[in-house]
Design a protein around this ligand. Sequence first.
Ligand SMILES: *[C@@H]1O[C@H](CO)[C@@H](O)[C@H](O)[C@H]1NC(C)=O
Ligand SMILES: *[C@@H]1O[C@H](CO)[C@@H](O)[C@H](O)[C@H]1NC(C)=O
Ligand SMILES: *[C@@H]1O[C@H](CO)[C@@H](O)[C@H](O)[C@H]1NC(C)=O
Ligand SMILES: *[C@@H]1O[C@H](CO)[C@@H](O)[C@H](O)[C@H]1NC(C)=O
Ligand SMILES: *[C@@H]1O[C@H](CO)[C@@H](O)[C@H](O)[C@H]1NC(C)=O
Length: 316
Amino acid sequence: MYFVTSFTMAKLRSIILFISLHVSFVPVVYSIGASHACRSYCGNITIDYPFALQSGCGHSGFRDLLFCINDVLMFHISSGSYRVLNIDYAYRSMILHDPHLSTCDSIVLGRRGNGFVVEHWRAPYLNPTADNVFMLLGCSTQSPLFQGFPYGNHVPCRNVSGMSCEEYYGCQGWMNLGLARMGLAYGSGPPICCALPYDAIKSVNLSKLECQGYSSAYTLAPLRVNGPSEWTYGIRVKYEVEVSNDSFCKACEATGGSCGHDMERFGQLCMCGSWNSTSNCDTIMKLSVGGTSLPRDKLSGLLIIISTFWLTSFRM
Ligand SMILES: *[C@@H]1O[C@H](CO)[C@@H](O)[C@H](O)[C@H]1NC(C)=O
Ligand SMILES: *[C@@H]1O[C@H](CO)[C@@H](O)[C@H](O)[C@H]1NC(C)=O
Ligand SMILES: *[C@@H]1O[C@H](CO)[C@@H](O)[C@H](O)[C@H]1NC(C)=O
Ligand SMILES: *[C@@H]1O[C@H](CO)[C@@H](O)[C@H](O)[C@H]1NC(C)=O
Ligand SMILES: *[C@@H]1O[C@H](CO)[C@@H](O)[C@H](O)[C@H]1NC(C)=O
């Protein structure tokens, strides 16, 4: 009792003043509203981590990738631009559309399609899914596809997820081109259609493969569809973020931050409003109390002790 009463109000006030001068609540205050600062929308598609439309937001592996033009979300890589039809955050996949992609109704030749080639540095982050078939159309006899490319000396063409060129030849598009099914399947020379999973070639570069066109389709398991007129045409791409980077982002968002990256060195940053943290918004990096750094936990512990003391002394 003596201890508390002897502790004068003046001393208490000076402690409070010291605290408010040296331990500002700025990080706490500014972190409000920082969460989801990077989230945005394009048309009805939500753009969230690891993607972003603003520079500095999202994971650096996906920087300069998405653009929103008149509410149409565009995806841009070395081989060209694609429209994004959907992003599935639960399955970490997205569906891309290339207007020059051949479908069942329309076969587009003349090397007008984009194919699919990603920048070398981005390759670990984006890969068409294993159940997505690429069908390369009208490739020359000299195409690397038929020269044992890339491994061994076998033609890499094969069926993918139950989708085959044999079935694709039954499409109306071929009839529209004036090519009969029999001629396509049993002509001499290399097949006019070669189906492959992306993994077999790692890039679909129509010039390099000397192909006239391509198609890409996928079927979402476990649904089995009957024929090429029921396949879904488009490029289904899986995106990857390393587990460690993913947990960084979860911790950042849990403390009210938005996940972003350093625009020069591409390291991860947690954006906490008025400041950036290399861990999360609960860690105050440059807050000095008596020359030492204190994480917010310790500070709030200190404040609880002081305010308890304050209340106790008032009861006297
Ligand atoms: C977005 O809207 C289009 C039609 O405008 C619709 O076809 C599509 O399914 C919608 N996508 C989502 C993810 O809601
Ligand atoms: C935090 O990082 C982002 C992205 O690199 C940058 O745009 C922003 O200016 C940084 N903010 C501060 C306060 O340094
Ligand atoms: C495709 O291959 C050609 C020829 O090898 C090359 O010049 C071109 O840069 C490649 N395209 C892409 C997008 O990498
Ligand atoms: C691919 O599928 C077709 C039927 O769509 C079948 O005739 C052919 O034998 C299959 N090829 C392989 C290598 O499984
Ligand atoms: C992701 O995490 C790994 C391992 O911690 C690290 O080496 C890498 O630089 C991180 N990537 C980014 C973009 O920060």
